[in-house]
Write a protein that binds this ligand. Structure first.
Ligand code: CA
Length: 442
């Protein structure tokens, strides 16, 4: 094993512990094995890129003055002085990997006391920081990579042909709207629009009556490709910087009236919430696994979408959850309740396949572009990633512990997405929250 590979594996060593005590707690999302990036600001300071550990954020740019970084890691640390991750992302995977390795060493209990003394003052308590959108999103594309979601939704709209014939050949997606991608915690205003119930002859305009969330994973593009060039399946992950949670809020009544023939439009582009932490593929390495096997009768992916490494480990092994808290639950002091739990391994297409397909016509991807997986739904009840599926378009509302029921979201409802990865022989890592409260007016 080369030194650099050994150093990389050391960052994932389950026995490694940090002198940041909160990083050693069993239920933390941010042990020393994770070290996700985020953009933060404190009081009047300008925003910059940091790295989360336990309940703290390392001010990476400030740490440069402590002479803690060398080589590629120093290049990455300099990019952390900016108010977005776009430059850091554009550098490709190597600099952020080097930075992660050096930070992991310095934050370890094995680090020299002198180094700890230098770094400790550069920790920012998370509760004192404002977490911001990780990048300026140039383009946002949302895929439809869960065959279970596509089938369940298709069945409602086309009972005779739930899954269209192209689905198992081509990763389906649409171009979303980058301007309305917001960070966790941003209130989501219930959109107004044209909606027409099947029983109505003509549409009316007004606030959506069928507001929904969609539980998705997001992938941030790192190093881009030149217009006209493609990205091979084997190279694809080198172009992805990291992963986050994504709530693709959806107004189902607007959607069902407007979606034909060109797909989602105003039903989807009023808000898409991302979690502030970007978990790197390096941190996810112990949790890689193949996606759920395809049915024997399904076609093999076409050669450009088929790569050995992707087939073996293109899935990320994440457990994904949706939690709901109504205004009444808040008022009465009740915690949020979990309404679904699924797995990213139930996706039909990997992020590498989505990215490769996206660039297969020469479309240029750029650092900070956001790719959504599409709603992550599994085959079993309880693993469906949106209310449309869970309540069968509000026909079977969910009943909450306090007796309230929901077909779709009401004003003041808070939706929180969570994700974590765990397995025997590795330290559990999490994604933090991706939260938003529905508001009637802002
Ligand atoms: Ca979606």
């Amino acid at each position: 094993m080369s030194d650099s590979l050994a150093a990389f594996h050391a960052t994932l060593d389950p026995s490694r512990r940090s002198w940041v005590e909160s990083a050693n707690e069993t239920d933390t999302d941010f042990p020393i094995q994770n070290l996700p990036f985020c953009v933060f600001s404190r009081e009047t300071e300008s925003p910059r890129v940091g790295v989360a550990i336990g309940d703290q954020i390392v001010d990476v740019f400030a740490a440069i003055s402590c002479d803690v970084f060398t080589g590629d890691a120093l290049e990455a640390a300099r990019a952390c002085g900016e108010a977005t991750m776009n430059t850091l992302m554009s550098l490709g995977r190597a600099p952020s990997r080097a930075l992660r390795i050096q930070l992991s060493d310095w934050l370890s209990v094995d680090a020299a006391d002198a180094m700890r003394a230098r770094l400790e003052p550069l920790l920012v308590p998370m509760h004192e920081a404002r977490l911001l959108l990780p990048a300026t999103v140039g383009d946002y594309t949302d895929f439809y990579a869960s065959v279970h979601h596509a089938t369940n939704v298709g069945r409602m709209f086309r009972p005779d042909q739930p899954l269209l014939p192209n689905y198992k050949w081509v990763p389906i997606g649409y171009h979303g709207r980058a301007s309305s991608v917001v960070v966790s915690g941003t209130p989501v205003k219930r959109p107004a629009g044209q909606r027409k119930a099947p029983t109505e002859d003509t549409p009316t305009v007004g606030p959506s009556r069928s507001l929904d969330y969609e539980l998705e994973l997001g992938a941030w593009v790192g190093k881009g490709n030149t217009l006209g060039d493609t990205i091979s399946i084997d190279e694809a992950e080198a172009h992805l910087f990291g992963v986050c949670l994504l709530n693709d809020w959806s107004a189902r009544d607007l959607q069902s009236w407007e979606y034909q023939p060109l797909g989602p439009f105003l039903a989807k582009n009023f808000a898409s919430t991302v979690s502030p932490f970007v978990v790197t593929f390096d941190a996810l390495e112990p949790f890689r696994a193949p996606l759920a096997p395809r049915a024997a009768s399904d076609p093999e992916p076409l050669p450009y979408l088929s790569g050995e490494r992707d087939l073996a480990g293109g899935g990320l092994g994440l457990t994904l959850e949706v939690w709901l808290r109504t205004a009444r639950m808040r008022d009465e002091g009740h915690d949020a309740v979990r309404i679904s739990r699924g797995s990213s391994l139930d996706l039909y297409w990997s992020f590498a396949q989505m990215l490769t397909h996206h660039a297969s016509n020469g479309c240029n991807m750029r650092a900070g572009d956001l790719i959504g997986s599409g709603t992550v739904s599994g085959p079993l009840p309880g693993s469906q990633g949106c209310l449309l599926e869970i309540t069968k378009r509000a026909a079977e509302p969910i009943v909450l512990p306090n007796g309230e029921s929901r077909g779709f979201l009401e004003n003041s409802d808070e939706v929180v997405l969570r994700a974590f990865a765990e397995r025997e022989g590795a330290v559990r890592i999490g994604f933090g929250a991706c939260a938003g409260v529905v508001v009637g007016k802002v």
